[in-house]
Design a protein around this ligand. Sequence first.
Ligand SMILES: [Zn+2]
Ligand SMILES: [Zn+2]
Length: 438
Amino acid sequence: MSRRLIACEHCDYLHVEEDIPAGSVACCARCGSPLYSSEQTRFDKPLAFALTALLLFVIANIYPVLTFGMEGRVETNTLASGVLTFWDEGFPFLAFMVAVTSILAPLLLIVAHIYVLVPIWLDTSWPGMQKVWRVLAVVRPWSMLDVFLIGLLVALTKLTDFAQVIAGPAFVAICCLIPTVLLMNVSLDGRAVWRRIAPKSLRYPDQDDLKPVHEEGGVEARHHGLLSCHTCAMVVIEDPSGHTKCPRCGDAVHQRKARSLSRAWALLLTAIILYVPANVFPIMKVTYLGKSEADTILSGVAALTAAGEWPIAIVVFTASILVPIVKIVLLGWVYLATYLGLSGPLRERTMIYRITELVGRWSMVDVFMVSILAALVKLGNIASVHPGFGAVAFCGVVILTMVSAMAFDPRLIWDRAGMRTSVISFGSDRAEKQGTPS
Ligand SMILES: [Zn+2]
Ligand SMILES: [Zn+2]
């Protein structure tokens, strides 16, 4: 019996899908990246988590997150306060990024799950389900409420030393929302959703569609005239016209992301340049009892260490200093090794790329912390916090490194391994498609 084909999104290695034991994950035989997990056909559990998440999200947005009391004056903040404060203080970029990552993307994520899971559960169909599920793939990396919670804990630690701070109902709701969203994701099989919402007449390519291969190796989807959809991971037969459309999700499918190496380099180099002002300029200006002080990322960590707040100091140091530097260095190395066509430990290089993709978002902790402090501490000369340009530059570094990793096509690591530098014209689309497997 022929079975469906699946291509690894990190190295294009072609596999035949098999049933695997419950609770296990099938990994790529060549690069080790996860391919798919055991099929979960229940949709009621993730739907229940999604509905609970929506309720918690509403509570998190209506009620105060923190109440700050000092010298007889009281200030409260909601999730949106940080966005409004950034906007009022003349930082529209920070206002936009905090709005997207802490409010809009989490809301879209939850609502999209409900919109797709309700009709599946009712065994019916609603218009645009494929489009909604497709948008979800774009939105998912930008939902950062978990990182926001860490920023909240850092802000809380900084405030408790000199003022009375009480956690509000929204704080509790955010604490409950994060595990709920996690359980929603874990209990849901994205592949099973795609199969349920796909057009009924859809035929999946299988072993019968494999063409005789003339190229050396012949282990990759492209060698058989097959492409892997970047959005829904379906293996699609390449259209001879060069414009292949995924019959399941409707997205355009390319053999490799266009000009991915040059785009990834350009974004990473901009992030490296921005990293200098991000560390030189203050991320916030703190006024306490008439005395003003400018805080850079580094001085913020030093202040936490001096106050004996070691666990929080380690978290901030890791998220704001270690992760961005390590991410820039590792991505730079992966891009350079790919550009030079180096062979060597390709499996490890792919794994490093996967890790940098996962950890980069955690650097947003400092940006969220500034948004919370600036929204909450507004007592003029007694105590006030104002955002600084360093926060804009630092937010830029985090976003640019994330977008750079997204722009890079890890399949190039394998395509270009063993190629000679002299025949590669840097950044050209043609060069990226010329690679031969190692
Ligand atoms: Zn692979
Ligand atoms: Zn697709």
